[in-house]
Design a protein around this ligand. Structure first.
Ligand code: PMP
Length: 402
């Protein structure tokens, strides 16, 4: 008998499993709207010009690869802080933000989860229903009991779907003090439905009144309305005098998925408190992977700290954002032209990379099996993978299963 005989086969990751199925599909017209990745107008994963320029400069003065500090590259952490809290904002000038470089947004979430578990082991974690599927697994693996707050309701907006805001508020209100509330800062994954600034004010008030611990997951800053606009939600939490966690991901905004560039920021009450929090975060890092990798962080730091590259990045990010919005409109128009009777214009009211299409599991399975159009069983489609070449086929396929 082997030492591993009792090891059970774990279920496949739903999204990555879908990817494997897509890769094995021999249909030449196949389209992958499953994974949350931005593809350009030619269906290619972009390598941003600002990234290429930074890498070119770096290669002209090649650096040895020593260990980074445990909390990462100082200029990177400073760049993250400025993006999240706003250049020159009070949390930064007062020194009360602890920011560490992390292995992607996932790494930022995990560092926060491990730190929180030490701080308040009996706290519950609330995630949105539905949420990015890794939220539940990540916080569960960190040792937390994970429950959800109501978020999406297909019956809202006359059956077109939307946020059950009353349900969300009620569930947050009912949570015990110290409960960790994981909130999507912008571009909600998987639904594409965000709440308005006025609704955020109400969430902030409930979080404050109930003594919840906000954990803002910001994986798509810049994909909603712009870097500043998407970051405005952070300022609302700051203005309320709250302390909170923010995870950052540059996977999408820099198209640096494989470099694993992210961060965790913790806003504390004072610099002295932030110093203590930082010292604990460093222990979490040190005992997990010691220190972060060099390349991705160096590229992002170079772009963020160089005005020319920074402007180029903002332009390229803006182009991605605008293209996604154009594809949403094309999808709505294309579905109508393909004969879909029902009003699909809700797709343009959604924001970010994803659309909850309202299609059933059966319809999604048919799309996949009969047409090679891959989305998740929940009806989620990545609109950032649509382009002029595949949109008509996608619309025609959807029209056939609706
Ligand atoms: N949070 C959300 C909501 C996401 O959608 C993602 C990426 N799909 C992440 C976190 C993780 O980002 P990263 O790939 O940088 O780990």
């Amino acid at each position: 008998m082997s030492f591993f005989s009792a090891v059970e086969m774990a279920p496949r990751d739903p999204i990555l499993g879908l990817n494997e199925q897509f890769n094995a599909d021999t249909n030449p017209a196949k389209v992958n709207l499953g994974v949350g990745v931005y593809f350009d107008a030619n269906g290619k994963l972009p390598l941003l010009q600002c990234v290429q320029a930074a890498e070119k400069t770096m290669s002209q003065d090649p650096k040895a690869r020593g260990y980074l500090p445990i909390d990462g590259i100082a200029a990177y952490d400073a760049g993250v802080k400025a993006l999240v809290f706003g250049e020159g904002s009070e949390p930064i000038t007062s020194g009360r933000v602890a920011t560490v470089q992390a292995i992607g947004g996932t790494g930022g979430l995990k560092l926060g989860a491990d730190f929180l578990k030490k701080l308040n082991p009996s706290a519950k974690v609330l995630i949105s229903d539905p949420s990015w599927e890794n939220h539940r697994a990540l916080f569960t693996n960190a040792g937390f009991t994970v429950e959800s707050y109501r978020y999406f309701n297909q019956a809202a907006n006359g059956g077109k779907g939307g946020v059950d805001f009353d349900g969300m508020l009620a569930d947050l209100k009912a949570a015990a003090p110290g409960t960790v509330a994981v909130l999507h800062a912008c571009c909600h994954n998987p639904t594409g439905y965000d709440i308005s600034p006025a609704q955020w004010d109400q969430v902030v008030a409930v979080v404050k009144a109930k003594g919840l611990v906000p954990f803002l997951d910001m994986a798509y800053q810049g994909f909603g309305y712009g870097l500043k606009e998407d970051g405005a939600v952070i300022a609302q939490f700051v203005a309320a005098g709250l302390t909170f966690f923010v995870s950052t991901s540059f996977s999408k905004s820099f198209s640096l998925y494989g470099e694993r560039v992210g961060a965790l920021s913790v806003l504390c009450e004072s610099k002295e408190e932030a110093d203590r929090v930082l010292s604990q975060l460093k222990i979490v890092i040190r005992t997990n992977y010691s220190n972060p990798p060099t390349h991705g962080g160096a590229v992002v730091a170079a772009v963020l700290s160089n005005p020319t590259l920074r402007a180029q990045w903002e332009q390229e990010l803006g182009e991605m954002r605008v293209r996604i919005k154009a594809m949403r409109q094309k999808l709505v128009d294309g579905l109508k032209a393909a004969g879909v009777q029902q009003d699909m214009s809700f797709i343009t009211t959604q924001i970010g990379m994803f659309s909850y299409s309202g299609l059933s599991k059966d319809q999604m399975v048919r799309l996949r099996n009969e047409f090679g159009v891959y989305g998740t069983d929940t009806g989620r489609m990545c609109v950032a993978a649509l382009n002029e070449k595949n949109i008509d086929y996608v619309c025609a396929s959807i029209a056939k299963v609706i």
